[in-house]
Design a protein around this ligand. Structure first.
Ligand SMILES: C[S@@+](CC[C@H](N)C(=O)[O-])C[C@H]1O[C@@H](n2cnc3c(N)ncnc32)[C@H](O)[C@@H]1O
Length: 340
């Protein structure tokens, strides 16, 4: 855009900027231009510039991009609804955005969806997340803005993972946990990823080049199919063996392993006695469970007891992965089998 301009030496730049600003002569909708050793400041039309400040001319300037909103709620004006009643957080999975809405906001979901679609640059579709359901923990989603389905490719810890939020479980909130456990894996380990979903743990274990073999087990055919697709993308994918099976049929013949992940947070406990028989001496189990905050202190020892003989297992670490409900958290327990 063309504008009156003040041309000064670069060395006088900051003094000039402050002078012009203080007298209201500096245009803030245009970018200051650099011309070799000179700067061109865009000037407002009102007011005369003292000749001693520099040479006045005309220049073409680029516009200053207006600063985008920092919060999707800045794009919403819902009469009768307090901004603080709107959820602050939402998940981004590939080009899909999902948000949980309280009952009272459901009739405003179209406006909320439109605001999220504008706010997230990579968003193609926005859905209301009505929770994960059934054994396969599939998400119940309703599209509220944008187009297309729930199949996408999500980038996590440098990996491209095929996801279909409606057909198989995936949560971007576990990214740190996937990476953390992968960081523990030692060279040549044989690993079981039980209830692997679309395989973010397995892919991270194989990617780091240390795991010799990862058996990834899930009873949901869609999850196993998506894992096959993701691992086919990488040379290291040959070290991941996706297995479509229920734990009930897989565990009795599970191969001896150095590390086992069991991520079935609401009912995994019933499988721990059979998981224990698959773990080699000094091997570890990474077990995930939703635990009420009031029960956290005693839960570790209950889990250790469910694995087997007293003294043969030890809880080596425990931490909160993320809050699950107002009174419970998803907890990561790391339990180690004694050396023989
Ligand atoms: C919480 S998700 C796992 C998520 C995955 N580990 C991750 O980090 O993204 C639980 C998975 O367990 C699977 N599942 C549930 N019951 C099972 C069973 N009895 N045998 C095998 N897989 C089961 C579901 O299909 C689902 O994919």
């Amino acid at each position: 855009m063309s504008s009156r301009a003040l041309l000064v030496a670069r060395t006088d730049g900051e003094t000039t900027r402050l002078r012009l600003r203080d007298v209201g002569l500096l245009r803030t909708d245009l970018r200051i231009l650099r011309e070799g050793e000179r700067l061109a400041f865009p000037l407002t039309e009102i007011g005369t510039v003292p000749p001693s400040w520099g040479e006045v001319g005309v220049r073409e300037f680029a516009s200053v991009e207006p600063a985008g909103p920092r919060d999707y709620r800045d794009l919403l004006d819902l009469p009768g609804i307090d901004r603080d009643a709107l959820p602050r957080s939402f998940d981004i999975v590939g080009d899909v955005v999902v948000i949980r809405l309280p009952e009272a906001l459901l009739d405003r979901r179209t406006e909320i969806g439109a605001a999220l679609l504008r706010f997230v640059p990579s968003a193609r579709v926005v859905g209301v997340d009505r929770g994960v359901k059934g054994t396969e923990r599939r998400r119940d989603l309703e599209r509220i803005a944008g187009e297309g389905g729930w199949s996408t490719r999500h980038r996590e810890n440098g990996l491209d993972i095929d996801v279909d939020l409606e057909r198989a479980y995936f949560s971007p909130r576990l990214a740190h946990e996937h990476e953390r456990v992968a960081g523990e894996v030692g060279t040549g380990e044989e690993i079981l990823d039980l209830c692997c979903g679309v395989g973010p743990f397995s892919l991270a274990f194989a990617r780091d080049g240390r795991a010799a073999h990862v058996t990834a087990v899930d009873s949901n055919p869609a999850a196993i199919e998506l894992l096959r697709r993701s691992s086919a993308r990488y040379a290291f994918g040959s070290r991941v063996e996706p297995r479509l099976a229920a734990l009930e049929e897989f565990l009795p013949d599970a191969p001896p392993s150095d590390r086992v992940v069991l991520n079935l947070p609401l009912e995994g406990i019933k499988y721990l006695p059979s998981v224990a028989t698959a773990v080699r001496p000094s091997g570890r189990v990474h077990y995930y469970e939703v635990v009420p905050r009031t029960a956290l202190e005693r839960r570790g020892s209950e889990i250790v007891r469910s694995l087997g003989r007293p003294g043969s297992w030890e809880l080596v670490e425990r931490h909160v992965v993320h809050p699950y409900s107002p009174r419970s958290d998803l907890i990561s327990f790391t339990i180690e089998r004694a050396a023989e």
